[in-house]
Design a protein around this ligand. Structure first.
Ligand SMILES: [Zn+2]
Length: 486
């Protein structure tokens, strides 16, 4: 307390007011915590005015917000974030659009250990955790407020038409439906290029193991998987024989047994409505097979080998599928499952909700193309210039060319590689949808007109061009279109 009295201006101000109030009960006093900041961060307006004092809420943008909330972390009553913190002019690139430090940048800067700084904040224990959570929420809150108050800009930018009433969260907003959808489409583009994944691996790691994973790097992991794949031992769901493989047996027992649950332990976390939500125990199974939905059913023989967990003996029906070598290597819960044709990717993203994508008018996009060179119009330019670009589909361009955001043009990739995908367009979007369809088939087009010229025949619309290419002859496609429109 003494410390605060000596060091903290805020504490001193509050105390002074309290003393003055108790000295003369009739005094009308007011303490104002000023939000605006110039150069002197210790500027206060001390008790003045005739208005009656009352408690007032200050916003998270107030420089004293953190100090008032966490006096122990900021014993000097120092300033926290406010909107007028200028960048360090020496180290800031002149191209940067905004002049002042953003809230996210501010907290990112604060939450670093620095040898030449006091450690009060970073050693704040639970108060630090509280501070971090608060920082996260205020950043989110302010971002959401921004998005809410800039809906018009967002709408016109994203061409989402007349979706009035709903607040649109753009795909840049982490966790929003559009963000999830982008991730899903990115994943599908990667699958499209590299083929379906073979394995689906989930890790539950302890901090010391995370460090080891980074040391080992992913290629070692990959080697390990390839080696076990070669021996046909990628995934197992049985307890190893403790006589033949005591190390494997110990690891599986320790990390890969589910339960006990069910009657043995009805309170286990997996129990929902009186049964195991993970469907344990599984059935005994003499061979690895595939079920009618394409999922792998692993071999679980009734071998008589068991392991005790608490007072319960568990057998092969309780083993979570694993890779023996990975498990022994990392000594952690690592679930390895065989993957089937992108099904798991879809499963991963099953919570994607359909965003309110509406008809996008092609004229908008063309108008936009007229203002700024887009990746598409520059693709035409690329095809006009380089012959070897003409063998690539639009979505394949990033394999060999790089989009230069500044110059707004494609340039040859010197190293590296990227998988591209065309922005998803709802089939109900009309012409834009057909344009997109064309781009998945036509190589080397040098203009919009060229794109809809099929085998020398200039089609009047993209839809007609699609038809001529035979893209619409498939009943499924029509079905899809109809389905989506309704
Ligand atoms: Zn269970």
């Amino acid at each position: 307390m003494k410390l605060f009295d000596v060091t903290n201006d805020l504490v001193r101000s509050f105390r002074r007011i309290r003393t003055q109030l108790s000295d003369s009960a009739s005094a009308n006093l007011r303490l104002r915590i000023v939000g605006a900041r110039n150069i002197d961060s210790r500027q206060y307006e001390l008790p003045t005015g005739n208005e009656l004092a009352g408690l007032k809420r200050i916003t998270s943008l107030n420089p004293k917000f953190d100090s008032l909330h966490f006096p122990v972390l900021f014993p000097y009553g120092e300033d926290g974030f406010h909107v007028n913190i200028p960048y360090d002019v020496v180290h800031t690139p002149p191209t940067l659009k905004h002049k002042f430090v953003t809230q996210r940048e501010y907290y990112a800067f604060r939450l670093q250990h620095r040898d030449d700084e006091g450690q009060t904040l970073m050693r704040g224990g639970k108060a630090l955790q509280h501070y971090v959570v608060d920082a996260f929420s205020t950043i989110e809150q302010n971002r959401l407020y921004y998005l809410r108050s800039h809906q018009e800009d967002l709408r016109s930018e994203l061409y989402y038409g007349d979706d009035i009433g709903n607040v649109i969260l753009p795909s840049s907003y982490t966790g929003s439906p559009r963000y999830m959808k982008q991730l899903y489409l990115d994943a599908m583009a990667v699958v499209h290029h590299h083929g379906s994944p073979d394995l689906f691996i989930t890790f539950t790691l302890k901090p010391e193991i995370v460090a080891r994973v980074f040391r080992m790097k992913l290629n070692a992991l990959e080697d390990e998987l390839n080696r076990s794949h070669f021996f046909g031992k990628t995934v197992a769901a049985e307890l190893p024989d403790p006589e033949l493989d005591p190390v494997g047996y110990a690891a599986v027992t320790k990390y890969m047994l589910h339960g006990p649950c069910g009657d043995d332990k009805p309170t286990n976390v997996c129990m929902k409505d009186g049964r195991c939500s993970k469907y344990f125990p599984k059935l005994f199974n003499s061979e690895t097979t595939t079920d009618q939905f394409g999922y792998t059913v692993y071999r679980r023989r009734d071998s008589g080998i068991t392991a005790s967990k608490g007072s319960v003996e568990l057998d092969n029906r309780f083993v979570v599928p694993y890779n023996r070598n990975l498990l022994v290597l990392f000594q952690a819960h690592i679930n390895v499952e065989v993957c089937h044709q992108g099904r798991l990717i879809k499963y991963l993203f099953k919570y994607i909700t359909k965003g309110p994508d509406r008809k996008q008018k092609l004229s908008h996009i063309l108008a936009r193309a007229a203002v700024a060179e887009t990746t598409l119009t520059q693709w035409f330019v690329l095809n006009q210039t380089y012959e070897d670009a003409r063998c690539l589909l639009y979505a394949q361009t990033p394999n060999k060319y790089m989009w230069n955001l500044k110059k707004k043009m494609w340039s040859k990739r010197k190293r590296g590689f990227a998988v591209g995908r065309i922005v998803y367009i709802n089939p109900g979007a009309g012409d834009t949808f057909y344009l997109r369809q064309l781009l998945t088939k036509v190589r080397g087009a040098v203009s919009f007109a060229d794109l809809q010229t099929i085998n020398g025949f200039p089609c009047r619309t993209y839809q007609a061009a699609c038809q001529r290419l035979g893209l619409l002859s498939n009943d499924d496609e029509w079905l899809l279109v109809l389905k989506e429109v309704n």
